[in-house]
Ligand binder design. Structure first.
Ligand code: FA5
Length: 349
């Protein structure tokens, strides 16, 4: 019966394929070949049976049997290639051969660049300080001379977290994801006395709309220097030296008057855009300049909040955007790449 032969074909196929996967060495492969493809093997016997059928049936069954034969021969070739490339089965495993290297990751470009800036500051006698990202409103705003309802808070209106215990004034907005690293100026001075020279790398959060140079989460590096007789001239010297040491003597900086409630006077420091060489691109909003940091002389109110005698000491502070400095350094034209997790980007560093 034609159906019996078709069933036999299907059985041979199932068994041969199942056994094929457990073949370990040349001897087993040869046994498998003889069993299914040999002169007295299962397929030869089937061809003999098929030969007894009428022409059309013979043609139909012959075609199916030939297809299976081809498939098994193909498997045979693959099996011998496999054992060849592994040597001759288990016995020939070379345990002295060098291992397959495990690919290693690298530090994220932002981390690499943060390490670089910190190394420059450390070499100039600065201490590295880190602190919390979830901050009390008191430190993020009030103690930095931005009392409740101060208009400057609007600019940094942010991700508030409801506190568990309602404060006495009935407002729940007690805790924020810090909008800048400046609160760490106050935190650091709780355990230090002047003179101090410190920098604070860390993550900040804002409600900014994202574009090529803005993210809602980004990194800043805060700086604080307090001593007797510290002036704006010292600040300009330090910041100019740091940017030149990071980028080369050709960098240009531009200092503009600006306002931050926690400094007086306050400045904005811009650096020439090296991505477009000041021709104008999306990163520098076609101005040729990139806003790099806010800075200024620490406000006497803030010095007093730190417990520092503002009659005796002066200081300067600055807050730079690490992301934008990193972008200029490596020639990255969109801040969002840093947070995309895209390996095509990350593998370049
Ligand atoms: C401040 O955050 C002040 N705390 C800086 C400061 C410190 C001033 C000490 C005076 C004394 P500003 O909002 O300008 O300032 O931010 C500082 C830098 O952070 C900017 O120059 C920019 O490089 C970076 N930055 C700000 N917002 C973003 C953002 N959304 N995405 C990426 N970088 C940002």
């Amino acid at each position: 019966m034609i159906d019996d032969v078709a069933q036999k074909l299907a059985n041979i196929k199932t068994k041969a394929v199942a056994e094929f996967f457990s073949l370990q060495n040349d001897a087993e492969i040869e046994k498998w070949r003889v069993k299914y493809l040999g002169r007295k093997g299962a397929l030869s016997a089937l061809f003999e049976e098929i030969g007894k059928f009428r022409t059309e049936e013979r043609q139909y069954l012959g075609k199916a049997a030939n297809e299976l034969k081809k498939e098994l021969e193909e498997k045979l070739r693959a099996a011998s290639d496999r054992t060849k490339s592994h040597g001759k089965g288990e016995e020939s495993f070379d345990e002295t051969a060098p291992g397959i290297p495990v690919p290693r990751g690298t530090k994220h470009p932002l981390t690499q660049f943060t390490d670089r800036i910190c190394a420059v500051f450390t070499s100039m006698g600065f201490e590295i300080v880190e602190d919390r990202e979830v901050e009390k409103v008191e430190y993020n705003f009030d103690k930095l001379n931005m009392p409740d309802n101060h208009p400057a808070r609007d600019m940094w209106d942010t991700f508030y977290i409801k506190s568990q215990i309602p404060p006495a004034n009935g407002m729940f907005h007690e805790v924020v994801l810090r909008t800048h690293t400046s609160p760490v100026q106050l935190r650091a001075m709780e355990t230090r006395k002047p003179p101090v020279r410190l920098v604070v790398p860390g993550r900040c959060y804002r409600h900014d709309a994202t574009d090529a140079s803005h993210e809602t989460g980004f990194y800043q590096l805060e700086g604080l220097v307090i001593d007797k007789g510290v002036s704006v001239a010292n600040m300009i010297y330090v910041l100019d030296s740091v940017l030149k040491r990071l980028f080369g003597n050709f960098v240009k900086i531009r200092i503009r008057p600006s306002f931050f409630p926690f400094v007086e006077p306050g400045h904005e420091i811009d650096m020439s855009c090296m991505i477009c060489e000041q021709k104008g691109c999306s990163v520098c909003s076609k101005t040729g300049w990139l806003e790099m940091m806010g800075s200024g002389m620490v406000h006497p109110v803030v010095l007093n909040n730190m417990g520092v005698d503002s009659e005796l000491y002066t200081g300067f502070a600055f807050g730079m955007g690490i992301d934008r400095l990193m972008m200029l350094y490596y020639g990255v034209d969109d801040i969002r790449l840093s947070y995309s997790g895209d390996l095509r980007f990350l593998k370049q560093f």
